[in-house]
Write a protein that binds this ligand. Sequence first.
Ligand code: 6PG
Ligand code: SF4
Length: 607
Amino acid sequence: MKLHPVLAAVTQRIRERSAPTRSAYLDRIAQAAARERGADRMGCANVAHAFAGIPPNDKFRVVAERAPNIAIVNSYNDMLSAHAPYGSYPPLIKEEAHRLGANAQVAAGVPAMCDGVTQGTAGMELSLFSRDVIAMATAVGLSHDVFDGALLLGICDKIVPGLLIGALQFGHLPMVFVPGGPMPSGLSNTEKSKVRELAAQGLVGRKELLDAEEKAYHTQGTCTFYGTANSNQMLMEAMGLHVPGAAFVQPQDDLRGELTREAVRTVLANLKSRRYTPIGRLVDERSIVNAMAALLATGGSTNHLIHWVAVARAAGMVIDWDDFDRLSSVVPLLARVYPNGVADVNAFQDAGGPGYVIRELLDAGLMHDDALTVREGGLREYTRIPHWGEGRKGLAWADAGASGDDSILRPAGQPFSRTGGLKLLTGNLGRSVIKVSAVPEDRHVIEAPARIFDSQDDLLAAFKAGELERDVVCVVRWQGPRANGMPELHKLTPPLAVLQGKGFRVALVTDGRMSGASGKVPAAIHVSPEAEAGGALALLRDGDIVRLDAPAGRLEALVDGEEWSRREPARMTDAQREHNAHGVGRELFGGMRRNALEAERGACTWL
Ligand SMILES: O=C(O)[C@H](O)[C@@H](O)[C@H](O)[C@H](O)COP(=O)(O)O
Ligand code: SF4
């Protein structure tokens, strides 16, 4: 199928805009590829140190026989239910590498923050920048420079973008991402949210709420809502960086181990293949646009409007929210997965999963069919679902076929919506984005008096005091990258949903973020420039009429122009600055905040 002209145009725009930085990037990775292999190029002491810790015959294999040496970059910890399974992966990877005459070494452990644990707490103010910490930690591990390829083990929010940003600094090497899969479904996300809204109104106590939460999040594996973590998985499939269809096979499924072994086979096969595809060449304008299309077609996380800008930039490409907005005007919404529906990712997988979405988008010309992947067969391999082969020997794949449930997955010809789930908003408050796919149609336009808050806690207090029982646009400012690390304000979802449920017309406007799991309340987020960097949110006052018009792509303060231009901006108080700078390690992130670019430029801290 011919590529849709808008996809072709957006890809071309990105190519032209990125030409200088992309060609410089490709030159650097070509030079890196031209250098001799690590062990041959390094001094004897370096080599001895690099392999002193591995068994003697592994050392002989790598140093004397020059067997391929694969780096494992692992984000294992027991804090994230999604990452806890990774504790057992390195021995399995090493065993498969040895079986194939190669070696594998854990090059680095990288940190991983659980945004569910830190949601609403001070720790969330480290979350966004933990992405760049993970990127740096990935680079620290790979900088030992004795590797021929790498396996990147990560799933959740900032971990996949961070691993990818770090890995792209070694773009001359082939690399494969290794997922762990979602936990089996527990209490549904819809039921969980209902209990939260009852708790927000004081109608159930802590015991009932904790009981519901523990039934929702009940074992190892990724949480089952379609938030940032599971959006990451969809994008890894759409970019061909996984073993095809590996994203949503559960950790408890014995196929998971075979998929991990297949990742070892895949990275080693790439090394020997005539189509040698290092990650820096694989991640090009086509694969970035494919990821954007997959995000839009599934109503994925708004966090990717920040992270994928940073990922693209790490490979020398410059994308922006206009690119997303133009793609959103032609990429249909093919999936309804919570918060954009009631199904969770297990039901999404059963209905056809990423393979179905990628097949539909490819057949409709809404993805680049010629994009490079870690597999010989290209992106068409990713339209299939893995299962055990004959006699449970190895893997086989079956075509995704028709949707298993058209309340969850629909064909491109009969989508849930003709446009994607994300919209760019412009106007006198700055540029921002909104995820409309999860917002009821009659809430896509909100015009109401503003109530200004300097923190999410202030908003929660006002809600508890009954001060918000009316049509209101709640503005929470000083939440941008430079102000306090741009936390997610997802704790605001239940109270705002309660107000919306009572029939009030409410919206949130913030220079902060929301969770990928946020959804049903209209929220104009990532307002750029942020209030702390001279953004117009600092000019807003209680009572100003604010209009959020998603269909028109507008966010405006309806204040007389003269009056608006005369206003003095509010400033963050010294007490706020002091509070933002201390506690839970925030002291260590001051440099990243001062250096952070705005949200639309990926909130990158390294440029
Ligand atoms: O972007 C995301 O997807 C969120 O950061 C998610 O990873 C986070 O954990 C949410 O807070 C979970 O949702 P609840 O807080 O509703 O459990
Ligand atoms: S999806 Fe979110 S809450 Fe669940 S494990 Fe990952 S980071 Fe934590």
